[in-house]
Design a protein. Structure first.
Length: 97
């Protein structure tokens, strides 16, 4: 990690990271849109077992990186819930074609 010499420099670095995070989330979302093509039911879209596996994995990664696992759980729960809702809508729309 870069050693910053001013608050403005810290903020510039944070802004660059935020851009990268959003780009990575967009890539994640694109894979979610692909995944719906392999699912046969809304229950399969919800994939509750998979959601728990993801949450456990990112919690462990947070611990390894000395971050709050609870914060990561909250972030990923919100992220996954929103993506699952979008995936369900896409699944249902696909069924009406």
């Amino acid at each position: 990690m870069k050693k910053c010499n001013s608050l403005d420099e810290v903020r510039e670095e944070i802004d660059q990271l935020d851009d990268q995070i959003v780009e990575l989330l967009a890539k994640r979302n694109a894979y979610i849109h692909q995944a719906v093509n392999f699912k046969q039911s809304v229950e399969e879209v919800k994939a509750e077992k998979r959601v728990q596996e993801v949450i456990q994995r990112v919690r462990q990664k947070a611990i390894e990186l000395d971050m709050s696992p609870n914060m990561i759980t909250e972030l990923y729960t919100t992220l996954i819930d929103a993506m699952v809702e979008a995936e369900i809508a896409e699944f249902r729309d696909r069924g009406s074609l």
